[in-house]
Design a protein around this ligand. Sequence first.
Ligand code: PGA
Length: 252
Amino acid sequence: MRKNIVAGNWKMNKTFSEAEELIDQIVVGMEELSLKCEVIACPPALYLEMASDYAEESRIKIGAQNVSEHEKGAYTGEISAPMLASVDIEYCIVGHSERRKYFHETHEQLAKKVDILLDYDIKPIFCCGEVLEEREKEIHFDVVKKQLEESLFHLNKDEFSNLVIAYEPVWAIGTGKTATPEQAQEMHAYIRSLIAGKYGDDTAEETTILYGGSCNPGNAKALFANKDVDGGLIGGASLKADDFLKIAQSFE
Ligand code: PGA
């Protein structure tokens, strides 16, 4: 179901006590606000169970940042979908550009991650987006199309309806260089048209598409005001409760 979402990707930040403080501040802050969006926190894996306990008592939802494409076994250091499900994790980021770049995740591997998450009723937040060179060459639409086709379009309509898409132009991540609201809207509309072509207009209209990349309290309103932008995946600005909650209040 299409809804407004603000999701915080904490990446590899915070010690345990800092993570607990941050989640606590977000949860307490949310109690006083009437928000027009769902709020998701994606802390490092080590803190998911602690965060999940907060989710039981509040409106916050919890997501993981990654999952293994394997169900179990000899994969040292990995965390599986059944493990995430066993601590009631609702969402999981898949295919973040940092995972594609530093951990060489492939389209095929990401398709498997999406599949196993859906098997365990965890909603993937699937990231797509071009690097600067691809935008400069004006092949950004083709790049995103391929990412969706190779990792998502094997799903049937029902399966597809359980995922969230995050468009994150790589040149905007952690750089302070945000896509303009027009650039975001243009790509989001294109992504929705691809979904419509594959699954039909109703599925396209029901898909939540987030923007990510240097989103902050100062630019969130202009980005979220676009008709095809349903919220944001927030990195740096999700590490301070005040900033994160300001972003969550940026829906008209
Ligand atoms: P950023 O990161 O907000 O720090 O640019 C976004 C992301 O990587 O999800």
